[in-house]
Write a protein that binds this ligand. Structure first.
Ligand SMILES: NC(=O)c1ccc[n+]([C@@H]2O[C@H](COP(=O)([O-])OP(=O)(O)OC[C@H]3O[C@@H](n4cnc5c(N)ncnc54)[C@H](OP(=O)(O)O)[C@@H]3O)[C@@H](O)[C@H]2O)c1
Length: 278
């Protein structure tokens, strides 16, 4: 039985993962920004009300103070985590800065998870091996990086910001594998498929129209959760630490996703942004 922490379990792919993984877990920490939705999820998983294994912790990934507080609550609740699933994320139609001054897409998809993972690392490296799974996307192949503006604060575009953030999920995964393999940490990133969830629901204009046209062709959240569940439950994951997966198999990434220079820059930049919270 494992101890799992997951972000973004209040909807879509994350909710499916929590449902399927629940029987395999002794404890599940739901890191969410909406407690009511989390309570509904827990109730739907076990309507008997026997839900002791679940702990709901408030965590807004676009608010670094909230992430640090969530990590602190998690550290008080347990001294061991087998698995952290960095699942939450989204695409946002307009440029918006968080109260920490970060671009929202960057913060919700990457920086919040970066801080969370750093802050719970002692729990993940405490036992006989921890695993971090990050939900990225094939959209990372459309990334367009400005090395002087990693967050796209100066030159925002909705899809560009999302694609970049999903590239950062892969770069972060590779850095985790590189930096923590000797502490028995495994890190994997994945593409879930094109899934009919709440993803993109705030979109506007042409993206909104395209989304509504493609919705009927998209796979279900249950199918979209499969690769994440595979990575969460497979003892010996094929491929190597830091790999990216699609349809439960290792998959190729863009050349930018392989760049050590870029992942080191992202790591240093992200560390700088979270320094007052660690
Ligand atoms: N759907 C696809 O086709 C697709 C394809 C590739 C990758 N992905 C990735 O899959 C992941 C899950 O998305 P989904 O498709 O399941 O979409 P979804 O149904 O919209 O779920 C997104 C989840 O992220 C949470 N979230 C968003 N911003 C947050 C924040 N600031 N703090 C805390 N939680 C936040 C949401 O919480 P609330 O319930 O409070 O809104 C929700 O639980 C995302 O990382 C997405 O980029 C999706």
């Amino acid at each position: 039985m494992m101890q799992l922490a997951i972000t973004g379990a209040t909807s879509g792919i994350g909710a499916e993962k929590a449902k399927v993984l629940a029987p395999k877990c002794s404890r599940i920490f739901l890191l969410v920004r909406n407690r009511e939705k989390a309570k509904e999820l827990v109730q739907s998983i076990d309507p008997s009300g026997n839900n002791d294994k679940f702990t709901i912790i408030h965590c807004d990934l676009a608010d670094l103070q909230s992430v640090a507080a969530a990590a602190s609550t998690l550290r008080e609740a347990t001294d061991n985590l087998d698995l952290l699933i960095n699942n939450a994320g989204g695409i946002f139609p307009e440029k918006k800065l968080t109260k920490d001054g970060h671009e929202l897409t960057f913060s919700a998809n990457h920086l919040g998870h970066f801080l969370l993972t750093q802050q719970v690392m002692p729990l993940l490296t405490n036992g006989d091996g921890g695993r971090v799974i990050s939900v990225s996307s094939e959209a990372h192949k459309g990334a367009s990086i400005d090395r002087k503006d990693l967050e796209l604060i100066r030159n925002f575009g909705s899809f560009k910001a999302y694609a970049n953030a999903k590239l950062y999920n892969i770069l972060f995964t590779k850095s985790l594998a590189e930096k923590y393999a000797d502490k028995n940490l495994e890190a994997y990133a994945l593409h879930p498929g094109v899934v009919n969830t709440g993803f993109g629901n705030q979109s506007k204009g042409i993206f909104k129209i395209l989304l509504s046209l493609f919705k009927p062709l998209m796979i279900s959240p249950a199918k979209g959760a499969k690769t994440g569940i595979f990575l969460a439950t497979t003892k010996q994951v094929p491929g190597k630490n830091g790999d990216y997966f699609k349809k439960s198999k290792t998959a190729s990434v863009s050349s930018q996703a392989k760049s050590k220079k870029l992942r080191d820059q992202l790591w240093e930049y992200s560390m700088e942004q979270i320094k007052e919270f660690v």
